[in-house]
Structure formats: structure tokens, C-alpha cells
Design a protein around this ligand. Structure first.
Ligand SMILES: Cc1cc2nc3c(=O)[nH]c(=O)nc-3n(C[C@H](O)[C@H](O)[C@H](O)COP(=O)(O)OP(=O)(O)OC[C@H]3O[C@@H](n4cnc5c(N)ncnc54)[C@H](O)[C@@H]3O)c2cc1C
Length: 535
């Protein structure tokens, strides 16, 4: 059963991704010049087996789970348990490579349907066992760490078998998908009915419908299709108090929108078993292209104009000068050289790449293009846009290759109102550089709104092998401190464990008390996802 998804694949991210998991030689040389001390001899500590303690589940309790799910769906093998703990952050990858001691669940449970999920929760309540809901395991904030809190045992509830399209309502354009359906499968199931969800985060290939909902995920085409929470029409959760269903109408004034309390609850208020989602007709056409803007401020102003005057393309992604430089350097060749010469001849000193993509009604592109021209942007054409679209999943696939070379590589994200965006960009950048020294810190806006935008930073620096974990923890803490008070601690990666210390500064003590009260209403004994969101 566990071969349904191999959670131990790290090298290639997905089996399909293996072909693009390597790095070209010129990229390795270029990295060496920029951050120094990288090379094939810098793989660091790898291959050690992480210690896995005996399962703390007693035989009678394990038998009860087996009677409920079937013995094949209660896994206590150490490798299965180790494969379902920790997500895919840089620190998770470091720990996995080094065989560091990490929290390991006492069992992995694989329920088949929402009723079995509810029955498992009921058993966990009865035996006071912690439960970690597990979708694709792509959390980068510690969301699936198998922490046990004050419980003697903790199980991971892997939702991989909840893999069905439950229903399609073509009149309302709503499809109900089970929580364990992964991104590509969701699109395949919906395409058979002529629909798409249009939710394509960079973790699309592995992440699940339940995980998207639990973390308020944002896909690369969020400007056109909306964030995941915008798509949620209804939601079905298993909770320690029983089943909870939400969502009967597209909009409602029947008190606060509790769907939005469930969305983003990160497994602390219930296990999402089904999500009713707004779907759209499959686009007949797609058109992606690249533009160049001179300087970050000008680029941000151009994107703001699009967002505020209804000209955003479905994908609107602005790279800062550093990210544009990196992308030009890694794609060095005759075409890039010609492009650079052309930009120089046009007097563009600080090129920032803007990718815009339309899906479906591509006639809208005329309006966006006219607005971009008015903002002084220069159209470069389809090649850059299409090349971005085709390589959109390569970043995660190449992380292990970078770790093999001794590179510390990680991303972090935030968002702010337009009036604070430049300050936030500069503050986070400065904090990362001050902490890491010689580092490449690059950034893009990939989600824009009328009132503001997200910022997504990627960091590459030479790994400090004396203290690789501390090196990143200090840099991340510095970035989080810089964000606090200007922007949000997370635009789409969620809170998990890593951002929990910063939540109170954002939502206040009253906000935390409200969340705790909600949790104690549905989960009075605190079995659900110990240590996440609320710390
Ligand atoms: C390389 C990389 C790129 C990424 N890019 C993006 C991006 O572009 N946009 C984006 O939004 N995120 C991105 N992420 C973050 C991550 O993929 C998202 O948070 C995603 O939504 C998690 O989905 P998942 O199924 O993997 O959930 P998991 O990682 O399995 O779980 C995430 C959290 O949700 C809880 N959870 C999972 N399923 C359920 C459920 N059914 N019921 C209740 N709780 C549940 C878990 O307990 C955990 O707290 C990226 C991550 C990586 C590693």
C-alpha cells in the first residue's frame, strides 16, 4: 500500500522530475563564483540511518486500529514511520540526509474514506493519542512534524487513499474532491468533465487538496483563479467532537464565515476529508510572455497599476534585479547575450523580468499589454514566458543537487500593503544578507492584489558545515523579525511550528485566545496536530 506514494523520494522531488533534477556545469561554475566554496566534494553528512524508537502503541490499541482499517493500513515499520515525518524545508532535507534524530510517529494510519477518518479520530480520543494529518508532506514550516505534545503516542493520518472526485455540479460549477487527491490527479479528474481548478503552486506535483485547504495555499495563477480559499465552497471535517460540514451557499451573512476558520486551520481543528471547490471550464488557449521593466520600484508600480485597474494577467510574476540576473546567468547563451545587448541599447540599466500568462480568454492580454506599455515596460515575447511555464517545477527538483554541492538553499515568503512593500523588500533582504554574509538573495512578486502583494525570497549561500542548522535558523529568525510589524509572517506557507512564535505579534493575544477557544470547542483534549499553529 505504501507504494501508492513514495514519501522517501527526495532526490528528484517526484519520479517524473528526475530528468530535471541535475544542475548544468555552467550553473555550478557560476554559483562558485557568486557564493564561493561549492563543489562536488561538499555533499556533507549523508546516508546515516536516523534512529527510530519502538512504536509506543500498545498491542491492544494497534489491534483496534487494525480491526478498523485492516492490518495493511496500519504501518509500524520504522522506514514507513520515518518517511511520514517532517516536510520538505531545507532543514527537513538536511536532517533526512544526515540521519538526524527527528520526531517519528508511532504508526502511520491509512483510512479509506471520511467515515474511517472519523472512526480513527474517535479511537484516538478514547486512547488520548495525538494525530498528525498528512497530505503530500510538502510543508516547509514543520506542519507535519510528528510532535506528540503531552500525549504518550502520536499517529500520522496519511490521507492518500481519499483519492476520489466525489461529485460535479455543472450548474453551480462546483466539484467535490476528497482530501488526499494530489494536484495533477485533481486536474486529470476534473478535465474529464471539462473543468480545471487552476491551482498550481510550485508544490503542485505532490501536494493535496486537503493540504491546500489546511494551509490557505496560493498557486502561481492566483491572480486569475484566486487563492485556494477563494475556491472553497464547502468543507467536510472529521473532528474529535464528530463530523462538521460547512458551506450551503456562495455567500452568507449567517455570522462569521466558519469555512474560513476551517480553511487554514492546519490540522488543529479537524481532519479535512472533502472539499467542495469552485471550478472553471478548461482553458482552450494559454499565452505566456516575458516583459522587462527598468528597476524594482518601476516594476512594482506597474504591477500595482495592473492590480488596481483590473489589468492583471492570470499569472503575473515580477522578479527583482537579483532574481533576473540569476535567471539570465543560469540561462547564459547566445539568445541571453543578445537580449542583454538589446536591453543595454534601449537604456535599461536594472532589468527586472515580468512574466505574464493568460489562460482561456487571451483577448484580455490587449488591455494588460497596453497598460504595461504605459508603465514603460518592454515586451520581450513568448519565448521567455513559455520557458518559465515549462520550467516552473524545476526549482524543487534541483534542491538536492544544490545540497550535494554544499549550498544552503531555502525560500521564505510574506506579503504587505503596497505602501509598505518596498520597505519590506529591503528589510528582509538586509536581514538575510547581514546574517549570511556572502549570499544570493533574490525576490519576486507572484501574487498581487488591489491593496498589496506577496514577496517570495530565495536564498543561496555556501553551507556552514560546522553548524548548518544554526546557520539557517539564525537567518530565518532575522528575516521573521524584519517582517514583523511590516507584513504577514506567511502569505501561503502557513504557520506550522516555525512561524508560531510570530503569530501573536500579527493577530494579537485576543486573536490567539479566539483560536484556542475554537480548538477547545472541537478538540477539548488537544489530540489534533500538537504544537502546530498555536505553538
Ligand atoms: C518546493 C516547494 C514549493 C512550494 N510552493 C508552494 C506554493 O507555490 N504555494 C503554496 O501555497 N505553498 C507552497 N509550498 C508549501 C506547501 O506545498 C503547501 O503548504 C501545501 O498546501 C501543502 O499541501 P500538502 O498536501 O503537502 O500538505 P502537508 O504538507 O501534508 O500538510 C500541511 C499542513 O496541513 C495539514 N493537513 C494536511 N492535510 C490535511 C487534511 N486533510 N486535513 C487537515 N489538515 C491537513 C498538515 O497536518 C500540516 O499541518 C511549497 C512547498 C515546497 C516544498
Amino acid at each position: 500500500m505504501s507504494d501508492l506514494i513514495n514519501h522517501r523520494i527526495r532526490r528528484s522531488w517526484t519520479e517524473e522530475g528526475a530528468a530535471s533534477a541535475g544542475l548544468p556545469d555552467r550553473a555550478v561554475r557560476w554559483l562558485g563564483q557568486r557564493i564561493g566554496q561549492v563543489g562536488p566534494d561538499r555533499g556533507g553528512k549523508t546516508g546515516a540511518a536516523a534512529p527510530v524508537a519502538e512504536s509506543a502503541l500498545t498491542v491492544p490499541v494497534r489491534t483496534e486500529f487494525e480491526d478498523l482499517l485492516g492490518a495493511d493500513y496500519v504501518l509500524v515499520d520504522p522506514q514507513e514511520r520515518l518517511g511520514r515525518t517532517g516536510g520538505l524545508s531545507y532543514l527537513d532535507l538536511l536532517h533526512a540526509r544526515a540521519g538526524d534524530e527527528v520526531p517519528v510517529p508511532d504508526a502511520v494510519l491509512l483510512p479509506a474514506d471520511p467515515d474511517q477518518v472519523q472512526a480513527v479520530l474517535d479511537l484516538c480520543v478514547r486512547h488520548d493519542i495525538g494525530v498528525v494529518p498528512f497530505g503530500g508532506g510538502t510543508s516547509v514550516v514543520g506542519g507535519v512534524a510528528a510532535l506528540r505534545g503531552d500525549k504518550a503516542a502520536v499517529v500520522v493520518l496519511d490521507l492518500v487513499r481519499l483519492d476520489e472526485l466525489v461529485s460535479v455540479d455543472p450548474v453551480s460549477r462546483i466539484a467535490v474532491l476528497q482530501a488526499g487527491v494530489r494536484g495533477p490527479e485533481a486536474e486529470r479528474l476534473l478535465a474529464a468533465h471539462g473543468y480545471t481548478l487552476g491551482h498550481v503552486p510550485q508544490s503542485f506535483e505532490r501536494a493535496t487538496i486537503g493540504g491546500f485547504a489546511a494551509t490557505r495555499s496560493a498557486g502561481q495563477a492566483s491572480s486569475g483563479y484566486g487563492r485556494f480559499e477563494d475556491m472553497v465552497a464547502g468543507i467536510r471535517l472529521a473532528t474529535p467532537k464528530g463530523e462538521w460540514r460547512l458551506g450551503v451557499a456562495p455567500a452568507s451573512a449567517a455570522g462569521p464565515d466558519l469555512r474560513q476558520l476551517a480553511v487554514g486551520s492546519e490540522g488543529t481543528l479537524g481532519v479535512i476529508t472533502e472539499v467542495a471547490l469552485r471550478v472553471r471550464p478548461l482553458p482552450e488557449q494559454r499565452h505566456y510572455e516575458g516583459w522587462i521593466v527598468d528597476g524594482w520600484e518601476a516594476g512594482a508600480a506597474a504591477v500595482r497599476k495592473l492590480a488596481q485597474d483590473h489589468g492583471l494577467a492570470d499569472v503575473t510574476r515580477l522578479s527583482d534585479v537579483d532574481e533576473t540576473n540569476v535567471s539570465f546567468s543560469l540561462n547564459a547563451g547566445l539568445k541571453t547575450a543578445a537580449l542583454k545587448a538589446y536591453l543595454k541599447a534601449r537604456g535599461i540599466k536594472n532589468p527586472c523580468l515580468l512574466i505574464v500568462g493568460w489562460e482561456g480568454d487571451v483577448v484580455r492580454r490587449r488591455r494588460t499589454s497596453a497598460m504595461l506599455r504605459c508603465s514603460g515596460a518592454l515586451r520581450i515575447g513568448k519565448v521567455l514566458g513559455e520557458s518559465w511555464r515549462h520550467g516552473r517545477f524545476n526549482g524543487p527538483r534541483q534542491r538536492d543537487a544544490l545540497l550535494d554541492l554544499g549550498v544552503c538553499v531555502e525560500t521564505l515568503e510574506t506579503a504587505a500593503y503596497w505602501s509598505n512593500l518596498d520597505e519590506l523588500h529591503d528589510a528582509v533582504r538586509a536581514a538575510l544578507v547581514a546574517s549570511l554574509g556572502q549570499a544570493i538573495v533574490m525576490c519576486h512578486v507572484s501574487h498581487a492584489y488591489e491593496t498589496g502583494a506577496s514577496l517570495y525570497f530565495t536564498v543561496l549561500t555556501s553551507r556552514d558545515d560546522r553548524d548548518p542548522v544554526g546557520q539557517w535558523q539564525r537567518a530565518k529568525a532575522a528575516a521573521c523579525e524584519a517582517i514583523t510589524g511590516i507584513g504577514t509572517i506567511s502569505h501561503h506557507h502557513a504557520v506550522g511550528v516555525d512561524h508560531a512564535p510570530y503569530l501573536e505579534a500579527e493577530i494579537g493575544k485576543i486573536g490567539l485566545d479566539v483560536l484556542r477557544a475554537a480548538k477547545s470547542a472541537v478538540d477539548p483534549t488537544g489530540i489534533l496536530n500538537p504544537g502546530k499553529l498555536l505553538g
